[in-house]
Design a protein around this ligand. Sequence first.
Ligand SMILES: O=C(O)CCC(=O)c1ccccc1C(=O)O
Ligand SMILES: [Mg+2]
Length: 388
Amino acid sequence: MSTNRQDSIERSPIPLVRDLDWHPYRIPLPASFTSAHEELATRQGFILTLQTSTGIIGFGECAPLPKFSGGTIEDAQTSFPLITPLIQGRSLASALELIYQHGATLPTSVICALETALLDALGQHYQCSLATLLALPSLTEAPTPALLQSAQARLRERVATNTVVGSQSIASTVTLALQAITNGYSCIKLKVGQDIEQAQALVMAVRCTLGPEPHLRLDANEAWDFEQARTMLTACEPYAIQYVEQPLHRTDLAGMAALRHVTSIPIAADEVLSDLTSARRVLEAQAADILVIKPQLAGGLCSSREIIRAATAAGLQCVITSTIESGIGLASSLHLAAASPEIQLECGLATLPMLADDLIQETLPIQQGFLTVPTAPGLGVHLDRVAQ
Ligand SMILES: O=C(O)CCC(=O)c1ccccc1C(=O)O
Ligand SMILES: [Mg+2]
């Protein structure tokens, strides 16, 4: 970018929020997503369109997942008319500050949508990607060219992902896992339910078929009690399990901490995480080796970044995953992953192929298990109007 253009961006005032619009969507999952919680056959949520005084359009997504945390579709809907008058007429930076300071009363998925749309617009104003904004020391001061350049230099261009195979029959799970390896994935997550004998047989069959190389992680979605978890994980010790997500109920932090002492398989916290405070409780209780962070449920991108920092300082690793939202929300999580060098494990962001429609004009292709981070200003993806 020419110096003149950059100078004029630094001098030009931050645009004001002119209008917010929430569009409901329903997207079918052709194969449905089965976990110990539910069978998700349709994804429901809202796309936020934010317009600025300078004609910039920012997009955000609110995709609640009531079985986890962060409220319901109705909770989100109730909050929309309250938000607009608070945000309208503020600068993008002051609107961001407002939601960071007072957002705690809103459903986390609503904060995530507002933050994404504001950062999308701000990135377009500064002509830098959302990931670049997240790598800056401050979001509320105009970045100098030098700051933008050093932020950009810290980003990852692509993010390694896992694929997830839902709880199906052993034969079809093995087939799907093999297919994923053929497609270039090197990390597979198996959904394992309450029947621990079936789960053990599944893990053995998948590991024996795939060989020793691919990373294999499990997700129990809170299905087990302590004894079931101990039995299951002991039986899985020979199969090189990368980690197991949420083996026990989210409230059982003491159980999770105790489980870490009876198995060598790392324990990951997922359902228990609903904001920075809940993450701090997990760290305090030494209840996990890994945190699974879903920006929709953890209060947005900056809140997720705070969680990553706290976890890293305590010696834990983190994974960013989707809630099976559309391409708008997925892109925002992808930018966060790109701006988080601490994250070395594969992220659970390979979920767009599960949806009948990703709602975006662009494609976010997965090549050899990697998602490429958009580099265009802001979010780098746009709502496909035809898809609505
Ligand atoms: O982690 C992944 O690979 C995909 C995301 C995922 O599994 C998920 C998606 C929606 C709701 C819950 C979960 C989960 O991790 O339990
Ligand atoms: Mg999980």
